[in-house]
Design a protein around this ligand. Structure first.
Ligand SMILES: Nc1ncnc2c1ncn2[C@@H]1O[C@H](COP(=O)(O)OP(=O)(O)OP(=O)(O)O)[C@@H](O)[C@H]1O
Ligand SMILES: [Mg+2]
Length: 340
């Protein structure tokens, strides 16, 4: 833990934002520029891993997207790296979902934005490997909440830092017990053998939870969750919400195939499934909430869903409107004739 007021290469620590499996996150201010950032201070086990994080950070800094938390630079303090990131004001998706019950429209809007961020990273050759609600930050903007995906590629550094059973791996599995719930079956078997389709699996878990308000894979303990994932055992979406449109069912099913060869290969395939059957076509509309933006600290009170200002427009085909109007005119004309 670093003391408040400590200055690291021009960044002064102002407050603690939260703790994760790999270290603490602080709110920092750059003394010269006056800019505010989030700083993740990582306690890493070896010099090899520290070098790796520098390399990974270089590829991460290539990402520039409204739905990805930006990475500015990596600095060093006491031999350990600290990631200087865009500061996001708002709850994590995990915190937000504790009280919010998003409607289908809200869920779709949020999901499509997350998808846009992940697709951008995939196009740049980056896989996330640890997509979960805790790694999506819901940024409060003047117009509403905008999801931003955090921690791109960080999991890779830890997973590759040693064989299973190494100190780093143990620390990680010991402290991020929620993660297997969103992890692809092949990733649970061997964390070093994953590609973009592992993210596709996690996206399926996120979509499921956003639409149905419960996790796809649950269990009494971590082992239980892992078994459910390995067996691909989840409650059918329509059992929980019979009115769920088919395109959502297909999108979830395409993501949650145990065998990654059967799974959707890319974010584009998820988008195609969602667009299928005349679904909403707004790709990156902002989710809007009318709830006032209360001051927030990590772990503080999380606001409810609020009402959306229809960021995903309901689409009524113009032909249907024309036919409806035509029938109405006929009925009126017929009534006029009969009443004469
Ligand atoms: N860029 C950021 N801006 C504002 N707050 C952040 C930022 N990144 C992280 N936080 C806060 O710090 C907390 C801890 O984040 P961290 O990534 O260390 O843990 P985690 O996501 O819960 O777990 P993991 O270590 O598996 O990623 C988050 O829950 C969030 O509240
Ligand atoms: Mg995180």
């Amino acid at each position: 833990m670093l003391d408040l007021g400590t200055t690291l290469q021009g960044y002064r620590i102002e407050s603690v934002l939260g703790h994760g499996a790999m270290g603490e996150v602080y709110k920092v201010r750059h003394l010269d520029r006056g800019t505010v950032h989030a700083m993740k201070y990582l306690a890493l086990p070896s010099r090899k891993v520290r070098q790796r994080i520098q390399r990974e950070a270089q590829s991460q800094s290539r990402l520039s997207h409204p739905n990805v938390v930006g990475l500015l630079e990596v600095i060093e303090y006491d031999g350990d790296p600290a990631l200087i990131m865009e500061y996001v004001e708002g709850p994590t998706l995990e915190q937000w979902l504790e009280t919010a019950k998003p409607t289908l429209q809200e869920a779709e809007s949020i999901f499509r934005q997350i998808l846009a961020g992940v697709a951008h990273a995939h196009r740049k050759g980056l896989v996330h490997r640890d997509l979960k609600p805790a790694n999506v930050l819901m940024s409060r903007t003047r117009t509403g909440l905008v999801p931003k995906v955090a921690d791109f590629g960080i999991a890779k550094i830890v997973d590759a830092s040693g064989p299973v059973g190494s100190q780093a791996a143990l620390t990680r599995t010991g402290t991020s017990l929620g993660s297997p719930a969103y992890m692809a079956p092949e990733q649970i078997r061997d964390a070093r053998e994953v590609d973009a389709t592992a993210d596709v699996w996690s996206l399926g878990c996120l979509l499921y939870e956003l639409l149905l308000h419960r996790r796809a894979f649950e269990g009494a303990d971590v082992l239980d969750v892992m078994n459910a994932v390995q067996d691909g055992r989840f409650t059918a979406p329509r059992e929980l919400k019979p009115e769920l449109p088919e395109r959502f069912v297909r999108a979830i099913d395409g993501c949650l195939k145990i065998d990654k060869d059967d799974r959707f290969e890319s974010c584009d395939e998820i988008i195609a499934a969602l667009d299928d059957g005349g679904g909403a076509t707004v790709a990156t509309g902002e989710y809007r909430s009318e709830s006032p933006p209360p001051a927030r600290r990590a772990g503080s009170e999380v606001p409810g869903a609020g009402r959306p200002a229809s960021s995903v427009a309901a689409t009524v085909p113009p032909l249907a409107v024309a036919i409806g109007a035509g029938i109405l005119v006929l009925i009126i004309a017929l009534a006029a004739v009969l009443l004469r």
